[in-house]
Design a protein around this ligand. Structure first.
Ligand code: SAM
Length: 209
């Protein structure tokens, strides 16, 4: 049974969350570091573009009283997320199959919206639409936490990262690597509070003003 789960995890990681492979090689602990930077104890968290939900385990452990909504357009990914969280005894969550540009949740209720390693999957316009939707979901003063790829330091790592991005990520990853996510966050009307460089990762903490 455990072996079947493990094989399913590998399959879903390769299909939906190749970032987990990159972080395994070059950024172990990054997801935990991201969650450790959250400046509030949220009651309601919305994770958009959830994929296999790797970061949700960290959120659920750091904020056991929070209720988490996991949003993804792929029901198979969310079915895996449900099994993964339930397997760890996490029950305060609900999955929502749907478009992150139009989430079926009321406006102004979330304390925190997380988007990790998802925006680089979207084209320029869709990145902006998803961030506007994040703004709609958040309470005034609610937090937006965005993490996504950045180029690693060092020539060797840089070459490997370029090969990885070329093979596994969509062409508009280049816009993200040039800093478009920061622009898109600010264009959506968020107040950027902090920005961190973590291994292979840029982390942005912003607020709905
Ligand atoms: C790279 S994965 C997510 C990575 C994950 N959040 C992490 O932390 O590693 C991107 C996910 O976004 C989902 N997706 C893509 N476009 C979407 C959209 N418009 N609405 C909802 N989900 C979408 C895909 O099904 C996929 O599971």
């Amino acid at each position: 049974m455990r072996l079947a789960f493990f094989i399913r995890q590998i399959w879903f990681t390769l299909k939906f969350d190749i970032a987990d492979v990159a972080l395994f090689i070059s950024g172990k602990g990054v997801r935990r570091e991201i969650v450790s930077e959250i400046p509030i104890a949220p009651s309601m968290i919305v994770d958009m573009l959830t994929g296999t939900g790797s970061i949700l385990i960290e959120y659920a452990q750091a904020f056991p009283n929070a209720f988490i909504y996991a949003v993804d357009s792929d029901p198979k990914a969310l079915s895996f997320v449900s099994d993964r969280l339930t397997d760890r005894g996490i029950s305060r969550f609900q999955t929502i199959v749907g478009d992150a540009k139009d989430v079926k949740l009321p406006e102004g209720k979330a304390d925190l919206v997380n988007i990790s390693f998802g925006l680089h999957e979207l084209c320029f316009e869709d990145r902006r639409k998803v961030l506007l939707e994040a703004m709609r979901l958040l309470k005034t003063n609610g937090f937006l936490i965005v993490s996504d790829y950045r180029m690693p330091e060092g020539r060797g790592k840089g070459i490997l990262a370029r090969i990885f991005f070329r093979l596994f990520e969509p062409p508009w990853i280049s816009e993200v690597l040039k800093g478009d996510i920061k622009d898109a966050i600010q264009e959506a009307g968020f107040m950027l509070e902090r920005e961190y460089d973590l291994p292979l990762t840029s982390l942005f903490i912003a607020r709905n003003p």
